[in-house]
Write a protein that binds this ligand. Structure first.
Ligand SMILES: *Cc1c(COP(=O)(O)O)cnc(C)c1O
Length: 366
């Protein structure tokens, strides 16, 4: 029950439901698109090293060094970047700063946090259905006059939209903002970052939680024209002026500096992903194309919720989306290490064999 002081705005709020982090036993954890690998070796040196003295002081509030480094890597100036405590925080400020007295739309099957933000902040919102094959309906998005948020590649489907299609959506109406959430861009996907110089109604959002293996440090970035970023930074300054801790900034810089490690981590994930896709397809699964560190899969006779439950009995966590119409039967499996994915394939083989045995028993009884 809530207290009697709760603001009326939040009466009907349901908090965003992230992938669970159970501690009751050891799990192979493939339910939150994190990584099972360690971050770059430089991160360990930062944490073991000489940051202690700095902790007595407030950090530099705009995370300049972190933004500067990210900018260097992407060919973007620091005034075109705002840093956040995760891209979730960045998304929250974008909604607050630009969407509060307007309306926003996003695909019906996408990252659930957009809906949480719109509902939680009382912002008018609606969804634009994906096409039957789960690809984005670019023509429908072009016609939208509301602000637009799209994840590219999309989650949990994994589909990538070409930059030319994004440009078409952005250019179709300069009077609404298009936010492109590029959480999985580092898995060898093209970015629409270069377009921020041409379009002052485009914001690109990126994170270090996935390919950089830093979900626990929680660092995200917004990229856009200086005017948009100034507005966003004002709201950041009001909501949480020291949003990036000194430790977080140092860890983020160390990871950004090691692009070779990033590349090798991404390569490992892609190798384990392509192995898993092949093995599941051979067992009869439909697996959507993936350009990310997760796969979205469906079996013709094994219901999604049952598959998640059965994997859990094998100490493997994955995720199902019972409230997403048309995708209820799919499950999303994050790609862990090769050993973990071998365990997933083995468990799946057991689950299917066990179930086929049960079905044969039922037939015998009839
Ligand atoms: C994981 C994810 C995020 C959240 O990233 P954080 O930086 O950890 O907050 C945002 N958007 C999409 C599409 C994601 O998959």
């Amino acid at each position: 029950m809530s207290s009697r002081f709760l603001s009326p705005r939040y009466r009907d709020i349901t908090p965003y439901f992230p992938g669970e982090q159970p501690k009751d036993r050891a799990y192979i954890k493939l339910n939150a698109n994190e990584t099972s690998c360690e971050p770059a070796p430089g991160v360990r040196r930062v944490l073991a090293g000489a940051r202690m003295k700095a902790l007595g002081r407030y950090t530099e509030p705009t995370a300049y060094e972190l933004r500067h480094l990210a900018g260097e890597i992407h060919g973007v100036r620091p005034e075109e970047i705002v840093a956040g405590n995760g891209s979730d925080e960045i998304l929250g400020w974008i909604f607050l700063t630009f969407f509060e007295h307007a309306s926003v739309c996003y695909p019906d099957i996408t990252y659930g946090y957009y809906e949480s933000l719109a509902v939680g902040l009382g912002i008018e919102h609606h969804t634009v259905p994906l096409r039957a094959d789960f690809t984005m309906d670019v023509d429908a998005l072009c016609k939208e006059t509301s602000h637009i948020v799209i994840a590219n590649p999309n989650a949990p489907t994994g589909y990538l939209l070409p930059v030319s299609d994004i440009e078409r959506i952005v250019a179709a109406d300069p009077n609404r903002i298009v936010v492109v959430d590029e959480a999985y861009v580092d898995f060898h996907n093209p970015s629409c970052l270069p377009l921020i110089r041409t379009y002052d109604n485009l914001i690109v959002v990126q994170t270090m939680s996935k390919a950089y293996a830093l979900a626990g440090a929680h660092i995200g970035f917004a990229y856009g024209c200086p005017e948009l970023m100034r507005d966003l930074d004002c709201v950041r300054g009001v909501m949480n002026p020291y949003n990036i801790s000194d430790i977080t900034a140092a860890v983020g810089c160390a990871a950004l500096e090691d692009q070779v490690y990033l590349e090798s981590h991404v390569y490992d994930v892609e190798l384990a992903r392509d192995y898993t896709i092949g093995a599941l397809r051979r067992m009869g699964f439909r697996v959507l194309e993936s350009r990310t560190n997760f796969i979205f899969v469906e079996h013709p006779t094994l219901a999604g919720p049952d598959y998640v439950r059965a994997l859990r009995a094998h100490a493997i966590l994955a995720r199902n989306y019972p409230s997403m119409r048309r995708a209820e039967n799919f499950i999303r499996i994050t790609i862990g290490t090769m050993e973990e994915m071998v365990a997933v394939v083995q468990a799946t083989r057991d689950i299917l064999a066990h179930r086929n045995g049960e079905m044969a028993d039922e037939r015998a009884v009839l």
